[in-house]
Design a protein around this ligand. Sequence first.
Ligand code: PLP
Length: 339
Amino acid sequence: MIDLRSDTVTKPTLEMRKAAYDAEVGDDVYREDKTVLKLEETAAELLGKESALFVTSGTQGNQIAVLTHCRPGDEIILESESHIFYYESGAVAALAGVQTRTIQGKRGMMEPYDVEAAIRGEDQHFPETGLICLENTHNRAGGAVIPSANMKAIYEIASKYSVPVHLDGARLFNAAASKQSSIQSFTKYTDTVQVCLSKGLGAPIGSILAGPKPFIERARKWRKRLGGGLRQVGIIAAPGLVALTQMTDRLIEDHIHAKLLAENLHEMNGIQVVNQVETNIVVIDVKGLGLTAEEYISLLKEKGILAVTFGPSLVRFVTHFDVTEEDLLHTVKLMRTIN
Ligand SMILES: *Cc1c(COP(=O)(O)O)cnc(C)c1O
């Protein structure tokens, strides 16, 4: 099987498995797990934040951020196809008790003007704007990179109104790799950030939530409330450390592979590549073949290729370090036989 469903399907590398085996551990609820402490310290420094917290998943990191920033009844501003709104099972309503104010972006990018207009003024009828969430790269926009200039403009508006900004940076390292810029050229325009270790970076489990020290201390309490206070978790933090320190430089390969796939699909009958491929995601429309996304995906599966639906006629492919150029060329060859 060539698995292009997501960059979450990568298996831990040999080095990660060895790091897990050798990890120095302790009870992390007592903050005695040296490997977790090292991961959190390394992540905070890399992301340019005071402090960091190891969490079980990207969703948990985002939800803890919303819970820590907001009070029930607050309103959060976020892009209308953002992961926090679209793919987190309604958690912001179920857990934090906040309501969402969505803004339709262009390629995942919200206009600063629209964000400013959505911030609530003083009026007893209004909820309070508790948080602005950004996403970079933007998953449903096909892995689009949100330019740091856009983040800067929104961050300045947020500061003017004293509203905090949280960045869902599940694939932020892909944004940095694509722009050949530092991770901090993005994180400097957000108060808090979540990055996934378990996507393109290849760790088996885990995300990092980073931000100011007092924020992270309160976030730690929310993590505990959610059942995320773990014990000898250095076993999984150790692969995370390998992910963070050794796997970021190779992401560009995934981008080259995604572009290769897209170029080959552009000229294929009945298929339209709908996103501008900047990182590791390719989205195609199969309407021209007279098939639904579900039908197309089951035909692909019969040929040994896995992808996911992204809309009624949209199919998403994600490249990652477990797929080679050869796999992709083979994929293209098999896709040509579906018409
Ligand atoms: C995958 C993803 C998440 C959630 O990460 P999980 O570890 O799967 O919970 C959050 N935001 C974005 C943009 C993602 O792509």
